[in-house]
Design a protein around this ligand. Sequence first.
Ligand SMILES: [Zn+2]
Length: 273
Amino acid sequence: MPVTIDAHVHLSENPQDQLIPYATLNGLRYDLEELLGLMESNAISRGLLLSPPLRGGIPLPNEKVLELCRRSEGVLSPIFTVEPNAQDVGRAVELARRSSEVRGFKVRLGYLRVFADDGVLDPLYSYAEAEDLPVMFHTGDTATPNGSLEHAHPLTIDRLANVRPGLRIVICHFGNPWIQDVGELVYKHPNVYADISGLVVGGSKYLEGYMDSLADQLTRAIYYAGGAEKVVFGTDYPVSTPKLSLELVRRLRVDEADRSAILSGNAKRVFNL
Ligand SMILES: [Zn+2]
């Protein structure tokens, strides 16, 4: 069976975790044992672990992400979430210097009124470039009704990519619902990638039709970009399940070389796995 890498996984084992309602919708227990079991039964050999938001909107501390990764015995590798303020940027860079296992950073756009090219994030970008680590950006719908779509819109990444061509950027959730905009960003910028995580949530009345519609939009964006070498698989567990996320990949109208690149080859390149 081909090897798959899940480039976008959350976990906290904390009752304050704001993703628990998604776990409930998907019928998930949302703990490390379940996650590792689901990965194994779906032939997912590695995962990248990101902080989920806790009640009050703050992300789970990166130290806890490191601890969960260590408990996974090499299956999960950490991505450090960095809030756009000077103190958090300094702390995350410092922790990354001490953690050889870190595979990248994540910035949540749309939760605070800060754009990706804000100067406060400059030290993070310089460190990421120097260490050859990618920076992931939450884009698209914010999971909360008071988020700022203006700041979460993927086209705002264009300004950053223009001034930082050396920075490897991963746009999360393919910017959904602005999927074609992300097709353009991926086409335009050699160092901009996109993950397809968290697009299909269980329990919706039009699940089948919505999956077809997503597969259609992603396929169009891939055709526009001229290929799938910048598209990375992810589940966003517990927002989506491995089963639904893999079914979405199955529905893309791409050749088998591209499907396999989406499932693992691209992530290996982007995250140095
Ligand atoms: Zn996520």
